[in-house]
Design a protein. Structure first.
Length: 386
C-alpha cells in the first residue's frame, strides 16, 4: 500500500425504493474523515450541499460543497487541518522570530522558532491535524540527551536543579534546557531516558510511518478488515487486507472491501455427458445450493470410478476439472465444450505412457548394444596392432 498507511472511506448508502430515486439524482457518499453535514442522503440534480469534516480535518477546497449534476456527484475532500503558527507564536514568551517557520504550516510539517538571547526553544514546532506541539523558550541550562530538569521552572544556573531521565512515552534528542518530548500519538517507549523517536513504537495493529533515520513520525490504525505486515522487531511495512478482502481506492483513499464470489451456476447446473458418463459436482457440492463460489476457494468436478474426463472425442488431452475463484473471476475452470466421462480417457493415457516408456527402454538398450559392439571392434583392432 505504499509508504504511508492507507486511509479508507466507507460509503453508506440509504436504502430506498428504486422508483423514488431519479436517474439524475446522486447518492451522497460522505467524504473520508467527514460526514454528511447538511447534505441529504440523496441529492437532486442541480442542487448542492455542504458536508462536514471530523475534528482535525478541513474541507478542500475551503468551503467546498457537494454538487449533483445529471447524476454525477462532485464531492470535496477532508484534508488534515493546517496550523496557524503566527497566532500560536504570540503566546510563546521570549520568542524572537518565527525562525524557519511559515505563518501557516500544513499537517505533518515541523520547524524551529528562534528565541531571544540566552534562551533556546524546547523543541521543534510541529503540526498534526491542526494541533501544534507546545514549544517554550527556555533559559540555557543544560541536561544531557535523554534527561530533563526536575524543576517545574527553569533557573539561570546549572546548579539550580537536577536532571532526571525522560519518563516513559517521551524522549529528548539533544543536550539542552528543554523538556522531554512526547512520542507521537498512540506510541510508547519501553524504557525511560530515551534519546530519539527511534525508540518510540506503535501498538500492534498500528502501521508505523518512519523517516529515513528510522524516527517514528506517526502511528496509523490499519483500515477495517486489514492488519499490519511485519512486526515491531522486523519493521512494520504496510497494512494488508485480510483474507477474503480486496484493496480498493475510492475518492483518493483506500479501503478493504469483501472480495466478490464467482457465479458457478452454469458449471454446476449444466453438467454434460450421457447419464452414465455425466460429470458429477464432486467437492463443488458444498456450493451447489447457492451456486456461488467464495473468492479464494476452489472445488473440483469429478468422474465416477474408472472413468476419466474427456473433451469431445479427444481421449489424449488431460482435462482439469478444478474450479477456482479470485474476486469474482474464475481463474481455473474446465474447458468450454462437451466435457464428459469415458472409460477410454481413463485407460488410454496410462497405456500410452507405458508404451512410450517401453519404447524408450528398447531404444536405450539398442543404443547401448551398438556402443558395446563398437568398443569391442576398436579393442580387437588395437590388439592386432601389437
Amino acid at each position: 500500500m505504499g509508504s504511508s498507511c492507507p486511509r479508507l472511506a466507507v460509503a453508506v448508502l440509504a436504502v430506498r425504493p428504486l422508483e423514488m430515486i431519479s436517474a439524475q439524482d446522486c447518492e451522497i457518499v460522505p467524504p473520508w474523515n467527514g460526514d454528511l453535514g447538511d447534505c441529504p442522503q440523496t441529492l437532486s440534480s442541480g442542487s448542492s450541499c455542504l458536508p462536514s469534516c471530523r475534528t482535525g480535518y478541513e474541507l478542500a477546497p475551503e468551503g467546498g460543497v457537494a454538487r449533483c449534476r445529471l447524476g454525477q456527484l462532485s464531492l470535496p475532500t477532508c484534508h488534515p487541518s493546517a496550523c496557524n503558527v503566527s497566532e500560536a507564536a504570540g503566546r510563546i514568551e521570549h520568542l524572537a522570530t518565527l525562525g524557519d517557520c511559515p505563518e501557516v504550516m500544513a499537517s505533518g510539517g515541523f520547524c524551529e522558532p528562534e528565541c531571544m538571547e540566552r534562551y533556546e526553544p524546547s523543541g521543534n514546532l510541529s503540526c498534526h491535524f491542526g494541533n501544534l506541539t507546545d514549544v517554550d523558550c527556555l533559559l540555557v541550562d543544560r541536561c544531557p540527551a535523554g534527561e530533563e530538569r526536575l524543576d517545574a521552572e527553569m533557573v539561570e544556573t546549572p546548579s539550580g536543579g537536577s536532571c532526571v531521565p525522560c519518563p516513559l512515552g517521551t524522549y529528548k534528542s539533544d543536550e539542552g534546557p528543554g523538556p522531554c518530548q512526547a512520542c507521537p500519538t498512540n506510541s510508547y517507549t519501553n524504557a525511560t531516558g530515551r534519546t530519539s523517536s527511534q525508540h518510540c513504537s506503535c501498538p500492534a495493529f498500528y502501521y508505523e510511518q518512519r523517516n529515513a533515520l528510522d524516527e517514528l513520525l506517526f502511528c496509523e490504525l490499519c483500515p477495517n478488515h486489514s492488519s499490519v505486515v511485519g512486526s515491531a522487531t522486523d519493521g512494520r511495512q504496510d497494512c494488508q487486507c485480510d483474507e477474503g478482502y480486496v484493496e480498493v481506492e475510492e475518492h483518493g483513499v483506500e479501503r478493504c472491501r469483501p472480495a466478490d464470489p464467482c457465479n458457478v451456476s452454469d458449471l454446476l447446473e449444466n453438467l454434460t455427458g450421457p447419464e452414465d458418463y455425466k460429470l458429477k459436482v464432486g467437492s463443488c457440492d458444498t456450493y451447489a445450493e447457492t451456486s456461488m463460489l467464495p473468492s479464494g476457494k476452489q472445488c473440483s468436478l469429478l468422474c465416477a470410478a474408472g472413468l476419466g474426463a474427456q473433451l469431445g472425442s479427444d481421449i489424449f488431452r488431460a482435462i482439469d476439472l478444478t474450479i477456482a475463484c479470485q474476486d469474482g473471476v474464475l481463474e481455473r475452470r474446465p474447458p468450454e465444450g462437451y466435457v464428459w466421462c469415458s472409460e477410454a480417457s481413463w485407460e488410454v493415457p496410462p497405456l500410452v505412457f507405458l508404451g512410450l516408456t517401453t519404447m524408450a527402454t528398447i531404444l536405450g538398450a539398442a543404443a547401448l548394444e551398438v556402443r558395446q559392439n563398437h568398443f569391442e571392434r576398436q579393442y580387437a583392432k588395437a590388439l592386432r596392432g601389437w
